[in-house]
Ligand binder design. Structure first.
Ligand code: HEM
Ligand SMILES: *[C@@H]1O[C@H](CO)[C@@H](O)[C@H](O)[C@H]1NC(C)=O
Length: 527
């Protein structure tokens, strides 16, 4: 009941609870006092209602009182924050709310695409990630692209966008995918189908994504999908480090982790060890590769690392960039695919249409061109991410006072959060049937067989962020997701076991709580 860890917040990504109040967590540590807390809150609520007559709604936002802000409703809604914010946003005339509560920074949450465009593009320079964010991940990500602002970011972005946008990278991604999928994933699914064994599909897809990102960014093959083998040491250290950073974000008091860090004890000690392990591992790869490149000359590999080395940066800079790539590219695609497989199991008609599209492909081989033709699959992936965005929310911190296009005042230091999860659920953006999984909404024509996809405004659908800092791996992500989903669907039927509706948790990146347990069946090829 008091599992505060449902709260553990998106590393990647924003920290709405970054300074979770002392108050809540103090009680959270004493689960038996639940009743007392409720009584206390009810009394407090009654008194405050008397004193202030009615909750002051300050235009848009939760009921807010002097001094404590919206602490009471925040506390009451703590296990359903995503949906609570979504409801509040839908009620607000401009789909924007201001959340003020004791112990936390003033936070503006918006699902208004004009506001989103303003913060992510028009006035980009006033909305960096900011220290409250970068501090939490800094010990792990160092000065890697993912965790810096300003000049440091601009310089790496230029270098990295160049590396990400080449044809040869695309080819590398597809050839590594082929290895992973044909040699590992499909044989594994085959044996699981034969044994009618239950497996966590989300876990399999996570491992696959991790392997792929290691191959593409580092050029190493040391990670395995085989479940009988332990997760690679790199994978393990990575999991450990990101989990602890996430917990930092959810800590009751910044001071607690800072003191632990200063003393070098507990989770901070484990973080330090894990980070050292990741860094040592990556550094060694960088050094080896550098040596090889020096010996053999250029053209030593197509992976991102070789490109960064050839651009002449020093080992530490390259190491941190590579760690940022792995961090950014490892859990997102698996979450999106997992939700899609689940949604398809609830929508057999769409699954059949998708299967038709996949089987109609000219070649049986999946190359870049044939993947491009899979429009219904792309629409289905977008639709899955609209409802279950891998990055549910993401925050920036205002440098100076500002005003959003809808008139919301921003004060220097405010947290400003754009909220893809809420945006995917706004009637104003997607119409009255927003709750339906309906890939056809991504097509220009109502009947989508052979039709073309709409160009949807990236500020209306910012699941990859948008503007100058848009996700660098967007294209790679779509290639990967299309390749994997098409290969799996073509041969197998995925049947979730267990009746319950899965729960969406915005941990690190958002994912399905407890994974997706499925049985796998081989499709009948005679049909
Ligand atoms: C469905 C899959 C994915 C989604 C939804 C996604 C989403 C995002 C989002 C929302 C951001 C902005 C985060 C922030 O600024 O706090 C981001 C940044 C980034 N993503 Fe992705 N991502 C995905 C896959 C990937 C992949 C496969 C890679 C490959 C390496 C990647 C690389 C990056 C990088 C390097 C950044 C940082 C860009 C910068 O700060 O300039 N992403 N992504
Ligand atoms: C959530 O907050 C709203 C105010 O925005 C409040 O009316 C409601 O009772 C809270 N929900 C729960 C489940 O307590």
């Amino acid at each position: 009941m008091f599992q505060n860890h449902q709260f553990i917040q998106g590393i990647h990504f924003c920290h709405l609870y970054a300074n979770m109040e002392i108050f809540m967590t103090l009680f959270g540590l004493l689960p038996l006092k639940f009743v007392l807390v409720s009584v206390f809150l009810s009394v407090l609520h009654a008194i405050l209602c008397k004193v202030c007559r009615a909750p002051k709604l300050t235009g848009h936002g939760p009921p807010t009182y002097p001094i404590i802000g919206c602490l009471i409703s925040f506390y009451k809604n703590r296990t359903r924050l995503l949906d609570w914010y979504t409801e509040l946003l839908a009620e607000s005339a401009t789909n924007t709310i201001v959340v003020n509560r004791l112990g936390a920074r003033r936070t503006i949450v918006t699902a208004n695409s004009e506001n989103v465009k303003y913060m992510l593009k028009t006035n980009f320079n006033n909305f960096p990630k900011g220290k409250p964010f970068t501090e939490i991940l800094g010990d792990f990500l160092g000065y890697g692209i993912f965790n810096v602002d300003g000049e440091l970011w601009r310089m790496q972005r230029k270098l990295a966008s160049h590396a990400f946008s080449t044809n040869s990278l695309r080819e590398l991604v597809i050839s590594k995918l082929e290895e992973e999928v044909e040699n590992q994933l499909l044989p594994l699914l085959e044996s699981l189908a034969e044994a009618s064994e239950v497996v966590d599909l989300q876990d399999l897809l996570r491992r696959l994504a991790f392997n792929l990102i290691c191959k593409v960014s580092l050029g190493v093959d040391s990670c395995y999908l085989d479940r009988s083998l332990p997760v690679s040491p790199l994978g393990k250290a990575f999991d450990m480090a990101s989990e602890i950073c996430a917990k930092r974000g959810a800590a009751p008091l910044f001071l607690v982790w800072k003191v632990k860090k200063w003393l070098g004890v507990g989770s901070e000690k484990r973080l330090k060890d894990a980070v050292e392990e990741v860094r040592a591992y990556v550094e060694e790869i960088v050094r080896d590769k550098k040596k090889k490149i020096d010996e053999v000359g250029e053209n030593c590999g197509e992976d991102l690392l070789s490109r960064l080395i050839l651009a002449g940066h020093d080992v530490v800079v390259i190491r941190d960039m590579a760690i940022s790539f792995i961090m950014a590219g490892r859990d997102t695609t698996s979450a999106a695919m997992t939700w899609l497989f689940w949604l398809l199991s609830c929508h057999p008609v769409i699954e059949q249409e998708l299967l038709k599209e996949i089987k109609n492909m000219e070649e049986s081989l999946l190359d870049y061109e044939s993947l491009k033709g899979l429009k219904l699959l792309k629409a289905s992936l977008c639709e899955s991410m609209r409802l279950y965005p891998p990055v549910a929310w993401d925050s920036k911190h205002a440098m100076v006072d500002d005003m959003l296009p809808d008139g919301t005042l921003v004060q220097a230091g405010d947290r400003v959060t754009y909220f893809p999860y809420g945006m995917g659920r706004m009637e104003a953006l997607w119409g009255r049937d927003w709750y339906e999984f309906r890939p056809s909404r991504w097509f220009i024509e109502p009947s989508y067989q052979g039709g073309s996809l709409k160009k949807v405004c990236p500020y209306k659908f910012p699941v990859f962020q948008a503007g100058p800092r848009v996700c660098l791996g967007k294209e790679m992500a779509f290639i990967q997701m299309k390749y994997v989903v098409a290969s799996v669907l073509r041969q197998f039927k995925i049947k979730p076991v267990g009746p319950e509706k899965p729960v969406f948790v915005p941990l690190l990146t958002a994912h399905m709580a407890g994974g997706l347990k499925v049985v796998i069946q081989k499709r009948d090829h005679s049909r």
